[in-house]
Write a protein that binds this ligand. Structure first.
Ligand code: IVH
Length: 721
């Protein structure tokens, strides 16, 4: 008894520690542990839990990714309607709103406003209810839907690390919250995650998502919580409600008819600013840019600063939401049919414009991929002059039906690169008359372009193509690769132009005289003559050159996985590079491996395997690797110890196993070289089935796939025992 109690305490203490670090990392952006240190704690908890599955609690940090929603997403009524906001598009609109409010109050009564960023994502309601240990547990996450009925997306919401799975009694007390409450806020997909998603989609030949909001909306409705967990959605809380009628089977008529009274009567705290503070204390992510002000003039100042912030936030916003701070005043202002009178959304001017397509240029990327880029008549889009926009690929040009001379709609979305949305077809804008011709040869080195069957992109396959080298250099130096600060586009371009770098390996033999000859054009404006004066100026002063050389020197200690990633092998992202480094332990073994061997590694599919094998077959690459070894860069690492007992075998897990959790079973199989898949097919070698196995078991039987129970799995894993 005592020992199991201490074990329980030990496990709970570990969970608390992990929650604390998740909060620092995902909510406050202030991690104190490295990823590896976090993993050690996490794996320790996982090991303890898999040895004692009876002690697993639903709010354990290991339980974020759980079962899939069986029958899709169930429609669920909101406890109270999720309203929208009235919009303001100008200073006048805002002043008129402010005047209306003030006129409804006694003249001496002040109004304070809370200004918040208007996050461009999708709104979500989180319902928390009391648990036997006095904490509040996340019960449900529901999308907005039509405002009255949304969809229950709880299994996906649980994977969002900034959503607390539970709030402890002490945090509830500090935040002044009861054990049942409802939090509303916005799910957003940060730009970094959006870019990664589109890179992955591109690598798989799928059309990129149009913007982070669409990508977030698609993600939250994915039926595979595993995938949602990888997408790195984020949640910002901005609204707090009472939870006393939670779990209501439907919205009672009285509530629907009386939005004004019920909604306004539900606010938990005396003010919106207090609610935000309380949410923060309870462990929710609350946007740090919220500010309380005393006048509409100050609101305008906030809006101007928010517009200025827009490009550097790392997530999309489309305006500012202004709310009356005092809950008592909110109650007095009440609601119109669909929106509160006490709040308004100021919308930024659209980041879209119409301009003319002057020409299409073709750029060659690091992997030789040819990207058509539109040259546009410069136009202001959301405060930035745009003269280039991506056209993605040949198919996209066909889809748009664009011709040179056309007028086009240009938009700046979450990605900083502007894109052409459509061709303008109206009487004011005559159509262009010159077809866009896709080149047959590389515009840089003139070698014939190649399009592999089933792929959208055309490629230059000459590894010595100068255009590829520029991109390769930038990738090699990138922060998540060799992390060479100061090796940006201008420097890289000059290094190539001046012939100082002909291969990535040349970086390591640069000296300061090589750097002093690099120059860039500086344009000055002569005030007297009113003319522009162009001058060539050297890029580096002695300090700058020295700093870059030190950065290059410093990059020599980058571990093997980064070196592999930095090489820029097609389809080899950071994660794959890590897997390859851990599996082979040395560049030599990686380089000597065949596509067949590579394909046996977990998470390495045939496409990656082929790309890696091809890379090391190419003589220029072999020479590069030899030279990098002489630098020397780090070419070895510790091998992760895995066995190959189950190599080449595919397993599917179903039902509840007597001692192993799903995760633990998966890990055991994978560390023995096996693969775990989600669906039973003819290719499945074994189905591991526990209690309550459903359709998968039937399917396995009908296909003749052998079925194992847990002891049989152990026997397979340890054939010598
Ligand atoms: S408050 C009754 N605050 O904008 C109050 N909404 O146009 C309801 N939004 O549906 C919402 N950022 O999805 C609020 N800081 C913020 C917001 C915000 C984004 C979204 C929300 C809402 C829409 C209304």
């Amino acid at each position: 008894m005592t020992s199991s109690l201490t074990l329980e305490h030990q496990i709970e203490a570990l969970r608390e520690e992990l929650r604390h670090h998740e909060h620092l990392y995902y909510v406050l952006d202030r991690p104190v542990l490295s990823d590896a240190e976090y993993d050690v704690l996490y794996n320790r908890l996982r090991a303890l839990e898999s040895a004692h599955p009876e002690l697993i609690t639903p709010d354990s940090p290991t339980q974020r990714v759980g079962g899939k929603p069986r029958d899709g997403f169930v429609k669920t009524p909101h406890s109270r309607p999720m309203l929208s906001l009235d919009n303001a598009y100008s200073e006048d609109d805002l002043r008129a709103w402010d005047t209306r409010l003030r006129e409804a109050l006694p003249s001496s009564e002040p109004v304070r406003y809370v200004c918040e960023l208007k996050l461009d994502g999708l709104s979500l309601a989180l319902l928390y209810a009391s648990s036997s240990d006095g904490s509040a547990q996340l019960q449900r996450g529901v999308t907005r839907g039509d405002g009255t009925i949304g969809e229950d997306v709880t299994s996906n919401v649980r994977t969002i690390r900034s959503v607390p799975l539970s709030v402890s009694p002490s945090k509830l007390a500090a935040a002044g919250l009861p054990t049942s409450f409802e939090v509303r806020g916005e799910i957003v997909l940060p730009h970094a995650a959006f870019r990664k998603l589109n890179q992955d989609r591109e690598a798989q030949g799928i059309a990129p998502a149009a913007n982070p909001r669409n990508a977030a909306a698609g993600t939250i409705r994915t039926l595979e919580p595993n995938i949602v967990a990888q997408r790195r959605l984020d949640f910002y809380a901005y609204f707090l409600l009472h939870g006393n009628d939670m779990g209501a089977p439907s919205i009672p008529r009285s509530l629907r008819d009386g939005w004004e009274n019920t909604q306004s009567g539900e606010t938990l705290l005396a003010s919106q600013s207090a609610a935000l503070q309380s949410l923060r204390t309870a462990g929710f992510r609350v946007n740090t840019h919220a500010t309380t002000v005393d006048s509409i003039d100050e609101v305008l100042v906030f809006i101007a600063s928010a517009e200025g912030l827009r490009d550097s936030l790392g997530y999309d916003i489309d305006g500012v939401v202004i709310k009356v701070d005092s809950s008592a005043q909110q109650r007095r202002f009440g609601f119109t049919g669909k929106a509160p009178r006490w709040a308004i959304a100021y919308k930024f001017t659209a980041r879209a414009a119409i301009t003319q397509l002057q020409d299409v240029l073709f750029q060659v990327g690091r992997t030789g991929k040819l990207t058509p880029v539109a040259a546009l008549t410069p136009v202001l889009v959301g405060g930035t002059t745009v003269s280039r926009a991506t056209l993605h690929n040949a198919d996209e040009i066909v889809r748009l039906g664009a011709r040179i001379g056309d007028f086009v709609h240009v938009e700046r979305g979450g990605d900083v690169i502007p894109k052409i949305v459509s061709v303008v077809e109206d009487v004011q804008h005559p159509r262009g008359n010159k077809d866009i011709l896709f080149p047959t040869h590389c515009p840089e080195c003139a070698s014939a372009l190649v399009r592999t069957e089933g792929e959208v992109d055309w490629r230059c396959i000459n590894t010595n193509c100068p255009a590829r080298l520029l991109e390769e250099l930038l990738h090699f130096a990138a922060r998540n690769a060799m992390n060479i600060e100061g090796l940006g586009e201008a420097v890289a371009q000059q290094l190539l132009e001046k012939g100082k770098v002909k291969s990535l390996a040349d970086l390591y033999s640069l000296n300061d005289t090589d750097l002093f000859v690099l120059e860039h054009e500086v344009v000055r404006f002569n005030k007297k003559t009113g003319q522009e004066v162009k001058n060539m100026q050297s890029i580096f002063k002695s300090k700058g050159a020295q700093a870059l050389l030190e950065e290059i020197e410093g990059s020599k200690i980058a571990p093997l996985n980064r070196v592999i990633f930095a090489l820029g092998i097609r389809f080899v992202g950071e994660r794959t590079a890590q897997i390859l480094a851990a599996h082979f332990g040395s560049m030599k073994d990686l380089r000597d491996s065949s596509a067949e061997e590579l394909e046996k590694i977990n998470e390495v599919g045939p496409r990656i395997a082929q790309a890696v094998a091809e890379y090391f077959r190419e003589p220029h690459n072999v020479e590069l690797i030899d030279r990098l070894e002489m630098v020397p860069l780090i070419f070895s690492t510790e091998k992760r110890i895995t066995t190959s007992t189950l190599a080449g075998l595919t397993f599917v897990l179903t039902g509840t196993l007597p001692t192993l959790t799903r995760e633990a079973a998966k890990e055991l199989i994978e560390s023995a070289g096996g693969r775990v898949s989600g669906t039973v097919s003819k290719k499945t070698d074994y189905l591991v089935a526990g209690e309550d196995s459903g359709s998968k078991l039937d399917k396995a039987r009908s296909l003749g796939v052998p079925v194992l129970d847990e002891p049989a799995l152990h026997a397979l894993l340890n054939p010598l025992k």
